[in-house]
Design a binder for this molecule. Sequence first.
Ligand code: ZN
Ligand code: ZN
Length: 260
Amino acid sequence: MNIQTKGRQLRKILEDLCFPPRCAVCDGILEPGETGVHPECRKKLRPVEEPCCMHCGKPVSLETHEYCPDCAKKLRVSTRPLPGQRSSAPEETITQGKALYLYQGEIKQSMYRLKYANRREYGAFFAEEAAGRYGAWIRRCGIEVLIPVPMYRKKEKQRGYNQAEIIARELSVRLGIPMDGNFVFRIRNTAPQKELNDTDRKNNLKNAFHIPKNIVKYSRVLLIDDIYTTGSTADALAAAFHGQGISSVYFMSICIGTGN
Ligand SMILES: [Zn+2]
Ligand SMILES: [Zn+2]
């Protein structure tokens, strides 16, 4: 073992002593040998299970339904389209989305701490879970790059980090697919989407994003975020990306709202 490796190991031991790794669910200190979450806390997570909306990944109530009501409206089809009625995703929306957990129960506090209480370390756990569950799907989609949903610069400076970028970076390491955190910028400090209705959401995001010119060209990208609610942010980004010649804009979030 060389000196550098020894040094790294020593630093890790000291870091763990001063800042012991915490559970991404309850925030309690993990026992030696435990990684990510306590075994009993894992049971509190609610993974998204089939049947799911083919478009956004949100659970649907019936096996026979292909789309959630929101997406059916957006795609102008019924939740249970007849053969031939199924339309491919229009330009103004994402190609397809997936999510790991329902935004219910304990994970709400976890997402809050990841976002506002500097618990960046949770990113590694969620990325590990995402790689395990959706790594094969991401490869099948032919994703060339992971792009975190950007935060308004000033806000990111105040917070010190963008939680979506933390997750994307950790996922990038695990999948060996590059992450590009400078592909798109949020140039307007938009109001929180959850406080707005449908129309106001769209207007709120109008011209909110900027893609600098003369950048590397991608054709298949995966947007990464912590929470997917109505999808208006993802769709606004997808529309901007399609305008730049990107053919497929996939989306993955850690949590997804269930609309109630
Ligand atoms: Zn725990
Ligand atoms: Zn949907």
